[in-house]
Design a protein around this ligand. Sequence first.
Ligand SMILES: Cc1cc2nc3c(=O)[nH]c(=O)nc-3n(C[C@H](O)[C@H](O)[C@H](O)COP(=O)(O)OP(=O)(O)OC[C@H]3O[C@@H](n4cnc5c(N)ncnc54)[C@H](O)[C@@H]3O)c2cc1C
Length: 296
Amino acid sequence: MKVTDRLRHDRPVFSVEFFPPKDEAGEAELWRAIRRLEPLDPAFVSVTYGAGGSSRDRTIRTTGRIATETTLVPMAHLTAVSHSVAELRHVIGAYAAAGIGNILAVRGDPPGGPLGDWVAHPEGLTYADELVRLVRRLGDFCVGVAAFPYGHPRSADTEADTARLLAKIRAGADFAITQLFLEPEGFLRLRDRLAAKGCDVPLLPGIMPVLSVRTLRRGPELSGAPVPPAVLERLERFADDPVAFRAAGLDVTAELCADLLAEGVQGLHFYTLNRSTATAELVSRLGLGAQATIPA
Ligand SMILES: Cc1cc2nc3c(=O)[nH]c(=O)nc-3n(C[C@H](O)[C@H](O)[C@H](O)COP(=O)(O)OP(=O)(O)OC[C@H]3O[C@@H](n4cnc5c(N)ncnc54)[C@H](O)[C@@H]3O)c2cc1C
C-alpha cells in the first residue's frame, strides 16, 4: 500500500514518525507505542534513518517488522550520508525485500549538523533529488521528500529553497513532509509558492507536540522555525511546572493542528519520539483516525 493511496480528499488523516530504538528498553517502548497507535489507523508510520551502521540496520529491521507484524503501512527513511551508490542500492533492495513500498528520500546531515559542510562519499550522491531518482529507478516505490517552511538552514532564501523542493518533486517525489514549526503561516506560504508553480503534490505538515521546555527551545533551534511571541508568553510561565507546561503545550499544538486542518491539509505527520500518549490525545481531540468512524 502506497502512502499516496492512504491520503484522502474527503477526510484528513494522520501519520506518525519513529526512530530506530537503541537498546532492548527502547525497543519495548517503541513497540508499546506502535501497538497503542495501531488501532487509531494512522495512514502510515515512518522510521528515520540514522548516521551510523548499526542504527541503519535497526531502521531496516524495525520497518520490516512493522510491514510483517502489524496492519500498518510502513515508510522507511533513507539518507545519502557516507553511502556509495552501490550501498544505497543495497539498502533500497533490503527495503523492497522487507515489503516496504514507501521511502522518504532525504540527503541527511553532515557530521556538523544541518549547517555543516557536506562531505560527499567519493562514489556517493550530493543532493536529495539524486536519491529520489535512484529510488525511483530501482523499484515501484512511493517516494517522499523533506520540505522546509522557513527554508533549509543552508538555503539562501525561501524562493531558492522552494526551487530545490520543486526539483525533488520533478525528480519523482510523490509527496513532501515538512520540518516542524509552531505557527501555520510559514507552511501556508510554502504551500502557496508550490501552487503558484503548478505543483499539487501533497504537502504534509510535520508536528512536534510541545510537551516540555526542552522541546520548545530545541525544536525551533534545530528547525529554524520561529517561536511565535504569543506561544512563548503562553508557555514560559509554566517553565517550572512540567505538568502544567505539558497541558498548555498540548493546547498550543492542538490549536496549530486545528488551524492547519481548517486550511485543508490532507494529513498531519506527528513526530512521536517513540511515545504514543501525546499523539493519541491530539488525534482524539482533533477527531482524526479510526475513532472518527466509530458511531457514538
Ligand atoms: C520530514 C523529515 C524527515 C527527515 N528524516 C531524516 C532521517 O531519517 N535521517 C536524517 O539523517 N535526517 C533526516 N531529516 C533531516 C534532513 O536530512 C536534513 O534536513 C538535511 O539537511 C536536508 O535534507 P534534504 O533531503 O532536504 O536535502 P536537499 O534537498 O539535498 O537539500 C540540502 C541543501 O542543499 C540545497 N540544494 C539542494 N539541491 C541543490 C543543488 N542542486 N544545488 C545547490 N544546492 C542544492 C538545498 O537548498 C538545501 O540547502 C529529515 C527532515 C525532514 C523534514
